[in-house]
Design a protein around this ligand. Structure first.
Ligand code: SAM
Ligand code: DTB
Ligand code: SF4
Length: 339
């Protein structure tokens, strides 16, 4: 049990030096502190399960240097049009049957058109009716589009800051950091829960990782969900061949995310397929309490469901079930009074 005197802070005024000081602690001290924070806000033996579906694949006009779906890169991905509603519903029902509690639909757009949104709002309503939490990631939005998503019953919108403002220009040139912050502000203002995080292993420095987490923690509200992706290297993308990040540095980053945003779900996201069971266990110990579950992410393989079930059983972890009645409550942590 945590020390009764330990109470994690929900601050929004972190300096970069303060965040760097968290990173620079001895590994054991950092993980211990992250566990304490985790246990104040969450049951440490439960993990939230989301399943991803790419509803519109490839031919994206953005040039994100890590992404298989950008039209700017020479990847051999076959582009696909927006998926029919029935296909999305079937995938969501299958995810639910496997135990997922949230279904996240991703589209490779710079931004959706209003016509695109007619189809996506139908998908959101249908997935909601299956009793799953809904999440979409569609790129930038207008105010009116954000309102339409809210009205369709959308629970979460995923839009990542990806990296630090300082390193960002080396990864993406077609969308500014400020564009991303503006989109997040729109989503928060509409009362949709925010899923926002980043991607590590792009060749960024520890200071960049600290700066990314500082940006997320200093938002007016902490994102309810914080996905931390490890680069899945895709042949043909500019970042293919980047030096691999030290796995312990990945774990450190999760632990600092847990300390800065103690009441948020921190998702161990892309990259699990290439991680050992022991590394994933360390990630959960550092405070990760959410994963993408299922055979595929968007366009790349995920750690399979069988492997996950075996790992969860060995670690005594169970899936976090979300009561449908709680779905519209905007993100307060039940165990700590803050947030
Ligand atoms: N197109 C939408 C957008 O970027 O706003 C949403 C989909 S995009 C694929 C969502 C996130 O997935 C990215 O922001 C990035 O953090 C992550 N991602 C994409 N490709 C990845 C890769 N190869 N490895 C790890 N994470 C990746
Ligand atoms: C997020 O942060 N990671 C997910 C989800 N949000 C949309 C996407 C991971 C994509 C990994 C590479 C791929 O499968 O294309
Ligand atoms: Fe397009 Fe999203 Fe990939 Fe960037 S990350 S290229 S916006 S699909």
């Amino acid at each position: 049990m945590p020390s009764p005197a330990f109470s994690p802070e929900l601050r929004h005024d972190w300096s970069l030096d303060e965040v760097m000081a968290l990173f620079d602690q001895p590994f054991m001290d950092l993980i211990f502190r992250a566990q304490l924070a985790h246990r104040v806000c969450f049951d440490p033996n439960k993990v939230q399960i989301s399943t991803l579906l790419s509803i519109k694949t490839g031919a994206c006009p953005e040039d994100c240097g890590y992404c298989a779906q950008s039209a700017s890169h020479g990847t051999d991905l076959e582009p696909e049009r927006l998926m029919p509603l029935a296909e999305a519903i079937a995938a969501a029902a299958a995810a639910k049957a496997l135990g997922a509690t949230r279904f996240c639909m991703g589209a490779a757009w710079r931004n959706p058109t209003d016509k695109n949104l007619d189809r996506v709002t139908d998908m959101i309503a249908a997935v909601h009716d299956l009793g799953l939490e809904t999440c979409v990631t569609l790129g930038m939005l207008t105010d009116a589009q954000t309102e339409r998503l809210k009205a369709a019953g959308l629970d979460y919108y995923n839009h990542n800051l990806d990296t630090s403002p300082e390193f960002y220009g080396q990864v993406i040139t077609t969308r500014t950091y400020q564009d991303r912050l503006d989109t997040l502000a729109r989503i928060q203002a509409a009362g949709i829960k925010v899923c926002s995080g980043g991607i590590l292993g792009l060749g960024e420095s520890r200071r960049d990782r600290a700066s990314l987490l500082r940006q997320l923690a200093n938002l007016p509200q902490h994102p309810e969900s914080v996905p931390i992706n490890l680069l899945v290297q895709v042949e043909g993308t500019p970042l293919h061949g980047t030096a691999r990040l030290d796995p312990l540095e990945f774990v450190r980053t999760l632990a600092v995310a847990r300390l800065l945003m103690p009441a948020s779900q921190v998702r161990l996201s892309a990259g699990r397929a290439d991680m050992s069971d022991e590394l994933q266990a360390l990630c959960f110990l550092a405070g990760a309490n959410s994963i993408f579950y299922g055979e595929r992410l968007l366009t790349t393989p995920n750690a399979g469901a069988d492997r996950d079930l075996d790992l969860f059983q060995r670690l005594g972890l169970s899936f976090e079930a979300v009561d449908a009645a709680e779905r519209t409550v905007p993100g307060p942590c039940e165990r700590c009074e803050a947030h």
